[in-house]
Design a binder for this molecule. Structure first.
Ligand code: FE2
Length: 352
């Protein structure tokens, strides 16, 4: 019964199109133009970000003002955002996943929620070791895992490397953040990459033996403990010290860049990738390219007292005053690859 009806309506369509071929072409062109305008007006990117709102909002607003591309974003922790991207799959609204630590970006790639980016601009602006070897993510700002010490008790000459903090001379003088934090997992992953598991384990056991107190839940608490005299030196991300220093320029703590560590200072990134099912790849790429460019890098890194990922841009004055950053140039995806081993190692070493 259905067949004849379809046939009939098809015949009707043919007749209609045959009669009004010319005018329908005009209609089509008009429709296309209208769609193009609508698409332009709808230029919108959706970002899932584990970076805090105050660190991204000013840049998103500037980008929108410059390009007319609006940005919607939601913020949450990295883990839940990756889980959400996975669950939403092709239904996701997100075009960009933005987070801190290469370990998190590596995980997002492994979970299959990112896609490769083909951008000559990002390739030029971002050094090789700060990007995924298959271009699923790029670093946009750099942070160093540095030492902070009590200037009344320690001279910078007393300090040298992460490895040295395992020496018994530091017994009862060291404070650390918990091993549950990805920053320390990435640091230990890099120690494994440099020294192998056995030697890395020896170093971590040395740290644990030197602890003045149980590990703290965050980097700021490590510095507060040093300030309070509970310990003399700790390992923290550079920008946490930057924040403290900004609040209190006369603070009796200083930052030390462990230049003599095996292959340079362990650096990490904040970065981003384009989601596997992004609807607006073109504009998403535009945003990442702009964030990597001269126009945005200094401010973007400076706002959180980080280092620009683009090596042609100088850091802000406060960061520059800490000294020259000789960064380990091992590809940061290693930090992700070796993370499970790092977690097991820290557990064996009794690092809580
Ligand atoms: Fe942080």
């Amino acid at each position: 019964m259905q067949k004849p009806i379809i046939l009939l309506s098809l015949t009707g369509l043919f007749l209609l199109s045959a009669c009004s071929n010319e005018s329908s072409q005009v209609e089509t062109t008009k429709k296309e133009a209208a769609e193009a305008v609508a698409q332009k007006e709808n230029h919108e990117i959706v970002v899932y970000s584990s970076r805090k709102e105050h660190l991204i909002k000013p840049f998103f607003e500037e980008f929108t003002a410059k390009t007319g591309i609006s940005i919607k974003y939601i913020t949450d922790k990295a883990g839940p955002l990756v889980t959400r991207l996975k669950a939403e799959a092709e239904r996701t609204e997100a075009d960009i996943f933005m987070t801190v630590d290469a370990g998190n970006l590596w995980l997002a790639k492994r979970e299959g929620v990112l896609q490769p980016i083909g951008s000559a601009t990002l390739e030029t602006n971002i050094p090789e070791h700060l990007q995924d070897p298959e271009n699923h993510w790029y670093g946009l700002t750099v942070r160093a895992r540095t030492m902070v010490y009590d200037t009344n008790k320690i001279k910078p000459e007393d300090l040298s490397s992460y490895e040295d903090l395992a020496d018994p001379k530091w017994k009862g003088r060291l404070c650390l953040r918990t091993s549950k934090k990805v920053y320390n997992q990435s640091l230990v992953a890099m120690l494994i990459a440099r020294h192998g598991v056995a030697k890395a384990e020896e170093i971590v056991k040395g740290w644990v033996a030197n602890l003045a107190t149980d590990p703290f839940s965050n980097d700021t608490k490590v510095m507060k403990a040093i300030e309070a005299g509970q310990c003399e030196v700790g390992i923290v991300n550079s920008y946490y010290f930057g924040r403290l220093q900004k609040e209190n320029p006369k603070i009796g703590l200083a930052l030390y860049l462990p230049q003599s560590s095996a292959k340079g200072i362990h650096v990490n990134i904040s970065g981003a990738g384009i989601t596997k099912y992004a609807d607006n790849v073109k504009d998403a790429q535009k945003l990442l390219e702009w964030l990597s460019s001269e126009a945005a890098q200094k401010m973007y890194a400076g706002l959180n007292m980080e280092y620009p990922a683009n090596p042609n841009i100088e850091p802000v004055e406060q960061v520059e005053a800490w000294g020259e950053l000789k960064a380990d140039t091992m590809n940061l995806s290693k930090a992700g690859e070796l993370q499970p081993q790092a977690v097991q190692l820290m557990d064996r070493a009794g690092y809580k």
